[in-house]
Every structure is written in structure tokens, then in C-alpha cells.
Design a binder for this molecule. Structure first.
Ligand code: SF4
Length: 421
């Protein structure tokens, strides 16, 4: 057979026995993700919607997350338009303001399962490779057509195999791994490729795999995935998904890869992506001491219970630096409630943190936590482009929840290996 994960899954959905990179396949994805941008998407196809309706009410999963609660009349009107659309077609998979970030909802509610194919009108749709699904972002026009027809075409990508060996040292996390890889590969080094993680992956929880798959697009990848193993199975059991509900796809051992790279995890160190590109990655030790005015813990990249747990462990009983605004942004309501029940949020708020509602919040710079000119934010999010947090004269640094929590204490970027001593 000798096919990679992407080749196998696209052969399955394309109705082919065998496919190769570059081949075009017509597919019917299991779900189409949309968020607040469902409003402009449905506006594009008003006449067609009136004439034909949607392909299937079970295809779209719509989550209001980007500007929630509505920051202005324009957002409120878009949310209203989406609610009316959902009602008109009696769509069962709609998550209104407060449920959380779309990608977290897709995984935590079990919409993405091993061996499935999902597309979404958001670039970080690649996150669902965390549970062995093929998932990729598409643009709004394509999403509009998919909504009407239920099908689209995909070009079979070339595949890159990244083998992770040995164990991570203390204070070095999955976020440091993916930032290190992006720094090496570059922001375009995996353009239209399918990235597969192999090797010592059992040490990474689904939360951590989510962080890594989520950032696949930051090196240009079409999708990024982890093979399904006991860690995946256990996670799916924990959210109530029976084994009979999915059919994992495993790459063949003799598959041909466009590129293969290996990382010795024991040699990695905490890193930071410095302004203004995600592949501008440096060891934290090289940028230590840079003053920060804001820290953001959360987003679809690092807003899960385990992220709040690690930050709470560092900050419990302490106070963050007086010059720092420490924003706490759970990826979903379920995360919020569990982190609250376990005492992590109390510890973080007592340390000086400010709770934001589950959603995208400051991540995209549309509202909440905007930066002023000259300010710097150290964030667990996935993008540090100029202006991403609402101000083109501010700077965003990306790091792990560990580095962010330790740095919040000191008011400057701090290497957690020293900052915790
Ligand atoms: Fe996009 Fe940020 Fe929202 Fe994630 S949290 S979906 S990266 S805006």
C-alpha cells in the first residue's frame, strides 16, 4: 500500500484505492466548521440558499467565538444573522456565545474523531490532527460552496514525517517543541504539506498534541496529525466516545515522505517566538529580561485545563508583577468550569489574573486586551504578527504557559529554569 496518513485518508474519502501527491480528489467532509465568519459566508450565497437550501443540516458546526460578547453593533448584527440562519435550517450543531473557541468545541464535543475528514473556514482547523483526523482550513468562498453542495476538491499533499525521540527536560513543553520545529522549518517550510508526528509521542497528552497540531499551519502545513494510540483512545473514552464510533487511519510503515526529520527532545530548551513572525524563534535565555506589560494565558493553542494547572502551580500563593496585566482566557466553558472546580482559576485570580469569557478574546486583536503602542505581550497564543493584538506598534512574544506564568511573576521574559529557583 505504502501510503502516508494524508494519502490514505484522502483515498478513503475520494473513493480511490491509491492516491499520490498532486492528485486531485473530490471529497465529502464529515463536518464544515464556521465561526463568526458564518455571517459573511452565508451573505455570499443568499440567492442560492433561497433556491436550493443547504446540503445537510448536520454538515456545519457553527461556534460564535471570535468577538464575544459582541463588542459593537456590527458584531451583534452578525451574530443575530447567524442565529436566524441556524433556526431557518434547524441546525443541531450550533454553539452560541460562551461555549468557547471553535477548535476546542470541535474536539471536546467529539465532532473530530480518528479517521475523519473535517474542513473549516479558519486556518487553525488543522488542530484536529491531535485526535488522528485529517482537518484543514479553507477560505470563505469554498466554505460557502461546500455548505450548498456538501463536496469540494483537495489536492493530495506531500507528507513530512517528524520523529520525536527521548523525553523532554523539565520546564520544556509541547509548545517549545512546536515553536522549535517552526523556527527550523520556517513559516513556509511545510507549505501545502501534511505533517505527521511519530516516535516518542506517548509522552504527549491530547491537550499537548492539540497545541502542536494547532500550530502546524504556522509552518504552512495543510494538516498536522498524531497517529492514534492509547493516549487518544483514553481521551476519547473520557469524552464518552465509544471505540465503535471511529475508524483510525494509520500511515503505512513503508510510506514515502517528501522529507523526514528527527528531534532529540532531551536537547530542547524553553523558547520564545519574537516579533513579528512565528518562525523567529530564540531560546528564552537569549531574550531574558525584556520587560512585558501584558501576559495572555489561553486561546485554542494553550487554553486547556492542563495549561491552567501548570500556571496555577507556579503562581499559587504569589503575586504577579505590578506592571503586568495577566489575562486568563479558557478555551471553553467546560475548561473554565473544570479549572474553577479544581481551584486553578482561584489561584490565578488571587495572584492578580483577570478572567475573560471563553472565546478568542485578545488573540485576534478585535476587542479585549488590545495593546497600546510600545507595549509588549507575552502570550501562549499562536500568532505574533504585527498588529495581531490590535496595535501595529506593539510587540507580541509567543511562549509556553510555563514561561508565561514565570515571566508574569517577574514582569520580564524569564527562563523558567532559572525563574523557578
Ligand atoms: Fe483563531 Fe485565536 Fe480564536 Fe484560535 S483563539 S481560533 S487562533 S482567533
Amino acid at each position: 500500500m505504502n501510503m502516508t496518513f494524508a494519502e490514505k485518508i484522502l483515498a478513503r474519502y475520494g473513493g480511490e484505492k491509491h492516491v499520490q501527491p498532486g492528485q486531485i480528489v473530490t471529497v465529502q467532509p464529515d463536518h464544515l466548521l464556521m465561526h463568526d465568519n458564518a455571517a459573511p459566508i452565508i451573505s455570499k450565497i443568499q440567492p442560492e440558499l433561497k433556491q436550493y437550501g443547504i446540503f445537510s443540516k448536520k454538515l456545519p458546526v457553527i461556534v460564535l467565538d471570535h468577538v464575544i460578547p459582541a463588542a459593537a453593533e456590527k458584531n451583534a448584527a452578525q451574530h443575530k444573522q447567524i442565529r436566524e440562519f441556524v433556526k431557518t435550517y434547524n441546525m443541531p450543531y450550533f454553539f452560541d456565545v460562551g461555549y468557547g473557541v471553535c477548535h476546542q468545541i470541535i474536539i471536546e464535543k467529539g465532532f473530530a474523531l480518528p479517521g475523519m475528514l473535517l474542513l473549516g473556514s479558519d486556518s487553525h482547523t488543522c488542530s484536529y490532527g491531535a485526535v488522528g483526523a485529517f482537518s484543514s482550513g479553507i477560505d470563505r468562498t469554498e466554505a460557502a460552496a461546500l455548505l450548498l453542495t456538501g463536496e469540494t476538491w483537495l489536492k493530495v499533499p506531500q507528507s513530512i514525517k517528524i520523529t520525536l525521540q527521548k523525553k523532554l527536560p523539565r520546564f520544556v513543553t509541547a509548545k517549545d517543541v512546536i515553536l522549535t520545529i517552526i523556527g527550523d522549518v520556517s513559516a513556509s517550510g511545510a507549505d501545502y504539506c501534511s505533517v505527521e508526528f511519530h516516535g516518542a509521542i506517548a509522552q504527549f497528552s491530547v491537550d499537548e498534541r492539540f497545541t502542536m497540531a494547532n500550530m502546524g499551519v504556522e509552518m504552512g502545513a495543510k494538516n498536522a496529525m498524531f497517529p492514534v494510540d492509547e493516549v487518544t483512545q483514553q481521551y476519547l473514552r473520557s469524552i464518552g466516545v465509544a471505540k465503535t464510533k471511529f475508524k483510525p487511519v494509520h500511515p503505512d510503515p513503508d510510506a514515502t515522505y517528501h522529507k523526514e526529520v528527527t528531534y532529540d527532545l532531551s536537547q530542547l530548551e524553553p523558547v520564545v517566538a519574537v516579533p513579528h513572525s512565528v518562525d523567529n524563534v530564540k531560546p528564552v535565555s537569549e531574550v531574558e529580561g525584556i520587560e512585558i506589560q501584558q501576559c495572555l494565558l489561553g486561546t485554542c493553542t494553550n487554553g486547556r485545563v492542563s495549561d491552567f494547572q501548570v500556571a496555577a502551580k507556579i503562581l499559587k500563593g504569589k503575586k504577579i508583577h505590578p506592571n503586568v496585566r495577566f489575562l486568563l482566557l479558557p478555551a471553553s466553558r467546560a475548561v473554565y468550569l473544570e479549572a474553577e472546580q479544581k481551584g486553578y482559576l482561584k489561584a490565578l485570580v488571587e495572584a492578580g489574573g483577570t478572567m475573560l469569557p471563553p472565546g478568542c478574546g485578545p488573540c485576534l486583536g478585535a476587542h479585549q486586551g488590545a495593546l497600546a503602542p510600545g507595549e509588549r505581550c507575552l502570550s501562549t497564543s499562536n500568532r505574533n504578527f504585527k498588529g495581531r493584538m490590535g496595535c501595529k506598534d506593539a510587540e507580541i512574544y509567543l511562549a509556553s504557559p510555563v514561561t508565561v506564568a514565570v515571566s508574569a511573576l517577574h514582569g520580564r521574559i524569564t527562563d523558567p529554569r532559572r525563574g523557578m529557583n
